[in-house]
Structures are given as structure tokens and as C-alpha cells.
Design a protein around this ligand. Structure first.
Ligand SMILES: NC(=O)c1ccc[n+]([C@@H]2O[C@H](COP(=O)([O-])OP(=O)(O)OC[C@H]3O[C@@H](n4cnc5c(N)ncnc54)[C@H](O)[C@@H]3O)[C@@H](O)[C@H]2O)c1
Length: 507
């Protein structure tokens, strides 16, 4: 199979949202592009939309008027499928139906040259199943672009059982030539991103169901402490609950009802109510009212006068450095065995959440008033921090912990005592899912991190993030969640355990 060059013709089938974007980037890279849709008006609409998009690109100074015209001139509208005959690469972006996609590829296969590569942009259907029945299933590959195509860097290059490696390589090389960041993946339910992202929504929904806080507060913690661009609830509202719930259900069903992927009853209720998010005017939030509810933020309280660190603080260690950098005195307890908390005014302990509730830890471990802290991606950068007091803690004891973080100019949100709080359990479960995907041969570690950074804009790849927190700490959080809930959902990925032992064991 000869390599593909910019002068080779690319066909795009389906001139909707995705097809229009794919045609744009292929033409921008210099390919002659054939654009076909079975509904003729779709191609006209697509080209009119593209003309307007490119006008804006020119107005922003990112393209000259001549480049715009040249790009548009490289796209040929086609009224008949037969016109795609000369294409070396056919990218399909039609309706998400196995039957219809299979029929289309069977027709395309008869038209094009034996050397042509067939690619599908399906977001959820098995590549193996789409290819099955073709005369040459080995030349079909998934090229999963993300919306909006011209802006999103990730392309998942997905091989089915029959896909030949050189076909996947060609798709990879084309995506890279079009300025994208491709990653290889094996065809499994949800591929990489739609699978590994499930806990981002699932843990937030679970914490909401357990009454930890309102959606606006949980969103603010994920943004301002976790460093995510959007909170899970506003993102689900944007995606649409019908779409997001359907993806979760399909991943759950396709994994033979693995409890890890159990859909949320709260989201099911929203779908049943027709509260689909932005598009219907109401989801978790209302879009007909000018004012969005504000996150719950603790009011100003007095700072503690004595701060003493006990033992190894683990992921909370940067707090001591941060306090020191602000000229705030932190004492060190001597002769310490164990530890892992900060004592305020000799009255209350503050520790990082480890997947157990504050109430349990106060009763069984610390035996003193306790307030837990949620994970922040970067404590210095975080503008908000989540705290949870044990049930046995008094308000004035809790306020000492609030005052500690207010000393560092952080907004503080006090949430109810759910194990693992929000950011910590979400990040640990993202890493757990990423590790499982790698462990099951879906992709490699680097690809899962790239996919989550470039496909859904996570501030850090989940595997990288787990290493930064400490693999031992992450495994501890997950094990505590698994014990506390007694649910298989939180079982630790065998790969996380293996990586941990590889780090710890003798060489
Ligand atoms: N929209 C997204 O965010 C997104 C992201 C990644 C992947 N995808 C996948 O991309 C594909 C297209 O999605 P979209 O959002 O662009 O859909 P869309 O509805 O905007 O466009 C689909 C187009 O395909 C045409 N079409 C349908 N059946 C056809 C056929 N048999 N032959 C030729 N044309 C046909 C329709 O007329 C329509 O113009 C789907 O498989 C979808 O799952 C979508």
C-alpha cells in the first residue's frame, strides 16, 4: 500500500457537523476533497457554513483571503456516490447506525481502488463489526475525530480485529499531517476517551446523590481546585443528558454490566423529565434565568494561631511550603511515628482525604477532631479548596481549618462527609480506568494521557496525575473506597498495583 500524499484525493461521506470539519482540515492540508451526502442539500449547507467559518478565520488574521478561496476550491461537492471513485482515503461521518454504515462501506468498496483506505468516524460502534462482511475488512480503520474538528487535536486511530497495521499507520500519519495528535487504540467499547472519561461524570453524580453539596459547588471545586476547564454538571448540561446518559449506558451494557460503569439514577430522571441541559433550557441548571447559582463559600473566620505538622503529609505536603512562602510559621512535631496531619491550635487535625470518611478516621485513627482536605491539582494555583469535617467535629473546630486556607487566600467550600470527597475520588477513578484500558491492551500509557488531555482538555493525563499524587496513595484511596462501599465499582486496576510494586520492589 503506497503512502498517501497531500495531492491524493480524500472523500468525506456525510456533510454534517463532523464531515464538514473533516473536509475542512483535509483541504487545508492540500488534499483535493470530494464531499458527498445522500441528502443533496446537506452538501450545500455544509459548504455555505464552511465559507462563513473561513471568513471569520480570515478576519482573525489566521488565513489570507487567497488561502480561503484556494481551500474552498479544493472541495468538490458530489451528488452521486460513484463520484468518489478516485479517492485514496474515504472518511465516513454519517448517521451512527451499524447497519447503515455497513451498507455504505459495502457500496464504497465496490467503487474505489484496491489500495484505498476506508475510515469511519464512529464514536461508539465496533470497528470490527463495521468491517465485518466487507470483501477486504483489513482496510477499514476508525478515525475518531472530536467536535469541533478544526479545534480539537485528538484523533483516535482505532483498529478492529481485521485492520492491518499498515492501514492504521496510514490513518495515523494522515491525522498527524493534518496537524492533529493521533493515538492508536484497539476497538473496545468507548475506545479511549469515552470510556476513561466515565468517572468524571459518575463520581460527581454519586457524590451529589449522597448529598455532599449542590452541583454549582461541586463544579466550582472541580474547576478551581481540580484545574478542570469545566465542572462535570455544567459539562453534562452542555453535552446534553440524553447524549451523555446514552454513552454511559452503551459503555455499561457493552462491558456486560460491569458495575464500574453503572449509570446514575439522577441523570436518568433528568432524561425522563426532558431536562436535557442547555438545549432544552434546563438540566442541573436553568438557562432561562439570568442568574446562575453561586457555589457555597465559607465566610471569613479567624486564622489558627498555631500550626504544627505531624509526620509525612503525603499529597498535603505542599501546604507547609506554601504557608512558609507566605511567612506563616509552621511547627514540626518531634519524635513522630506515623502522623500525616496538621494540628491547629492543638485542637483539630487537618489531613488529606484518603478514601475514608472523616467520621471514620476520627473514630478509628486520629481520635481527635478532624477535618479532611480534598485534592487540588496544584495547591499554590488553586483558588478554592474543599473541606469536610467529621460528624463529631464542632463548628468552631471546623472553622480553624477554614481559617487556615483563608490565610492562603483560598475560597473554601465545606462539603458533607463523603468518602474520598470529590476531586480526589474522581482523579483516582480516572487513573484506575486509564490503567484498566492500558492493562486490557486498548492503548499504551502515553496514549491514554494524550487522549484525555487533547480529547477532553483534562489539565493532566490521568496516569501522569496518579504518579504525581503517588501511586501508593491512589491505590490506598481506591482500596478504602472499595472497602467502605463494599462495591466492585472501586476495585483497584491490576496495573496500578503492578506499577506500585515495580516502584517499590528491589531491582
Ligand atoms: N457530533 C459529534 O460530536 C461527534 C463526535 C465524534 C464522532 N461523531 C460521529 O460522527 C458521525 C457523524 O456525526 P455528526 O454529528 O456529524 O452527524 P450529523 O447528523 O451532523 O451529520 C450526518 C450527515 O450524514 C448524512 N447521512 C446519513 N446517512 C447517510 C448515508 N447513508 N449516506 C450519505 N450520507 C448520509 C446526513 O444527511 C447528515 O448530513 C457519527 O457516526 C457520530 O457518532 C460525532
Amino acid at each position: 500500500m503506497a503512502p498517501l500524499h497531500a495531492s491524493d484525493t480524500v472523500a468525506v461521506v456525510g456533510a454534517g457537523t463532523m464531515g464538514t470539519g473533516i473536509a475542512q482540515i483535509a483541504a487545508a492540508a492540500g488534499h483535493p476533497v470530494l464531499l458527498y451526502d445522500h441528502w443533496p442539500d446537506a452538501v450545500d449547507r455544509s459548504l455555505t457554513a464552511l465559507e462563513k467559518t473561513l471568513e471569520r478565520v480570515v478576519a482573525r488574521g489566521k488565513m489570507t483571503p487567497e488561502e480561503r478561496l484556494a481551500l474552498l476550491a479544493r472541495i468538490t461537492p458530489c451528488g452521486e456516490l460513484a463520484a468518489l471513485k478516485t479517492a485514496r482515503l474515504v472518511v465516513e461521518a454519517i448517521v451512527e447506525s451499524l447497519e447503515i454504515k455497513r451498507k455504505l462501506f459495502a457500496d464504497v468498496e465496490k467503487l474505489v481502488d484496491d489500495e484505498a483506505v476506508l475510515a469511519t468516524n464512529t464514536s461508539s460502534i465496533s470497528i470490527t463489526a463495521i468491517a465485518s462482511g466487507l470483501q477486504r475488512p483489513e482496510r477499514l480503520v476508525g478515525m475518531h475525530f472530536f467536535n469541533p474538528v478544526p479545534l480539537m487535536a485528538l484523533v483516535e486511530i482505532i483498529s478492529g480485529v481485521a485492520t492491518e497495521p499498515r492501514v492504521a499507520d496510514m490513518a495515523y500519519e494522515r491525522a498527524a499531517a493534518w496537524g492533529k495528535s493521533p493515538v492508536y487504540a484497539r476497538s473496545t467499547p468507548g475506545f479511549i476517551v469515552n470510556r476513561v472519561a466515565r468517572p468524571f461524570y459518575a463520581e460527581a453524580l454519586r457524590v451529589l446523590q449522597e448529598g455532599a453539596a449542590e452541583p454549582e459547588t461541586l463544579d466550582a471545586l472541580m474547576r478551581d481546585a481540580g484545574g478542570f476547564r469545566m465542572g462535570p454538571f455544567e459539562l453534562m448540561d452542555l453535552i446534553g443528558h440524553d447524549v451523555n446518559f446514552a454513552v454511559t449506558r452503551s459503555v455499561f451494557e457493552a462491558h456486560y454490566y460491569d458495575p464500574r460503569f453503572t449509570p446514575s439514577l439522577i441523570q436518568q430522571e433528568l432524561v425522563e423529565a426532558g431536562f436535557l441541559g442547555r438545549k432544552s433550557g434546563r438540566g442541573f441548571f436553568r438557562y432561562d434565568e439570568a442568574e446562575r447559582p453561586q457555589p457555597q463559600t465559607a465566610s471569613d473566620v479567624d486564622a489558627p494561631s498555631s500550626i504544627v505538622a505531624h509526620g509525612d503529609l503525603g499529597p498535603l505536603a505542599p501546604l507547609v511550603e506554601l504557608l512558609a512562602s507566605k511567612g506563616i510559621d509552621v511547627g514540626r512535631a518531634s519524635h513522630e511515628t506515623g502522623g500525616g496531619w496538621i494540628e491547629l491550635d492543638g485542637r483539630v487535625a487537618v489531613a488529606m482525604t484518603d478514601g475514608r470518611s472523616a467520621t471514620e478516621r476520627m473514630a478509628t485513627e486520629l481520635k481527635k477532631p478532624l477535618v479532611l482536605v480534598d485534592l487540588a491539582r496544584d495547591l499554590a494555583q488553586a483558588t478554592r479548596i474543599g473541606l469536610t469535617p467529621a460528624d463529631q467535629t464542632t463548628e468552631s473546630e471546623r472553622d480553624l481549618a477554614v481559617g487556615l486556607f483563608q490565610l492562603l487566600d483560598k475560597a473554601v467550600s465545606v462539603i458533607a462527609d463523603v468518602p474520598g470527597m470529590l476531586v480526589m475520588r474522581t482523579v483516582c477513578m480516572l487513573a484506575n480506568e486509564a490503567a484498566d484500558a492500558v492493562n486490557q491492551g486498548v492503548c499504551d500509557t502515553e496514549s491514554v494521557d494524550t487522549a484525555m488531555r487533547k480529547g477532553v482538555n483534562y489539565p493532566q493525563g490521568p496516569m501522569e496525575w496518579a504518579r504525581r499524587i503517588g501511586l501508593g496513595y491512589v491505590v490506598g484511596v481506591l482500596s478504602n473506597l472499595a472497602t467502605g462501599y463494599g462495591e466492585d465499582r472501586y476495585r483497584v486496576s491490576p496495573l496500578l498495583r503492578r506499577l506500585l510494586f515495580a516502584e517499590a520492589g528491589p531491582r
